[in-house]
Design a protein. Structure first.
Length: 308
């Protein structure tokens, strides 16, 4: 008898796990929750071209506009727009090398966006981009992982993360770590051990065809993601200062070794005028694609009331 009851319970649990009611599925996909990705808006390629033109005119370098555009577009959850961005940045559809390098750059930006946007948007956008990008032979995209942390690399990974953290937040790096630990003791542990070390800092191994987003362009990723995300002004400000500090420390000279135009470009981007252009460019992309962060209603369907 007991065996029959257990079998019946397992069957019921299996049925519950494998089938959702129509009303629950409808609620999951409720339009006001914005469950899907954002299609590419009309004119998005023209906007990307404009930003490329402005970056060249102001001599901010050829990489900065692509990095900020990709980071903002990942944040706004529009893989179709990423494909449009790739077409603009790569230029000639017959230039195999340019198309491949641009795709790898966009993929790497998407990976680093995890630290600022979370995992789901990067998964969905990278998948959508990789499956639909044109003029790229998918069989030649890099397939070897480069960021696995092993017993042999764990100390070096931790050191790189700590160095990057210090570079961005000095002279407040230690105080900030203490403050984060007061919020939750594992918060700085996770930020440094799971993000700054393995993801935001770059490994020292041979990474094949994978793109490298260095110290200062990583700050551009951070600023762009956070600005497009909205609601995190203090973090935007911190990473604007982080970009400034990277230039003051001279890290851009190593980052862009042998490419003087890019090194000088990131110097200009870190000025007041350059940072204003960066933020305004992200705002323009956000205005074109639209915010994908849902404004939820209350249980009665009305907008939530402000609490004084």
């Amino acid at each position: 008898m007991l065996r029959d009851d257990l079998t019946s319970a397992r069957t019921t649990n299996t049925q519950m796990a494998s089938k959702l009611s129509p009303s629950l599925k409808a609620l999951v996909n409720k339009a006001s929750a914005r469950p899907g990705q954002v299609p590419a808006p009309r004119g998005i390629q023209d906007l990307y071209r404009r930003l490329r033109g402005e970056a060249r005119e102001r001599k901010y370098g050829d990489r900065s506009w692509l990095i900020l555009s990709a980071a903002a577009t990942f944040t706004l959850n529009s893989p179709e727009s990423l494909c449009r961005l790739h077409a603009v940045a790569a230029g000639n559809p017959l230039d195999t090398q340019s198309n491949l390098a641009t795709a790898e750059t966009i993929r790497e930006v998407g990976l680093k966006c995890i630290s600022f946007n979370g995992i789901p948007r990067t998964i969905n956008c990278l998948t959508g981009f990789t499956e639909n990008v044109e003029n790229v032979d998918l069989t030649v995209l890099e397939t070897r992982a480069s960021r696995a942390v092993t017993v042999e690399t764990v100390e070096a990974t931790s050191r790189r993360g700590r160095d990057l953290w210090r570079s961005i937040y000095v002279p407040f790096d230690e105080k900030l770590e203490v403050k984060l630990a007061k919020a939750h003791p594992d918060l700085p542990v996770h930020i440094l051990g799971s993000h700054y070390g393995p993801l935001l800092a770059n490994p020292e191994c041979d990474r094949g065809k994978l793109a490298t987003i260095g110290r200062n362009l990583t700050s551009v990723v951070a600023i762009s993601c956070l600005r497009a995300q909205t609601g995190v002004g203090p973090q935007v400000l911190s990473h604007v200062f982080g970009l400034r500090k990277g230039i003051e420390q001279g890290t851009h000279k190593e980052e862009f070794a042998g490419v003087a135009a890019e090194a000088e470009g990131i110097e200009r981007l870190a000025t007041d005028e350059g940072c204003e252009w960066l933020l305004n460019s992200v705002d323009a992309i956000s205005g074109a694609i639209g915010s994908n962060f849902a404004q939820h209603t209350g249980l009665d369907g009305a907008p939530p009331k402000a609490k004084l």
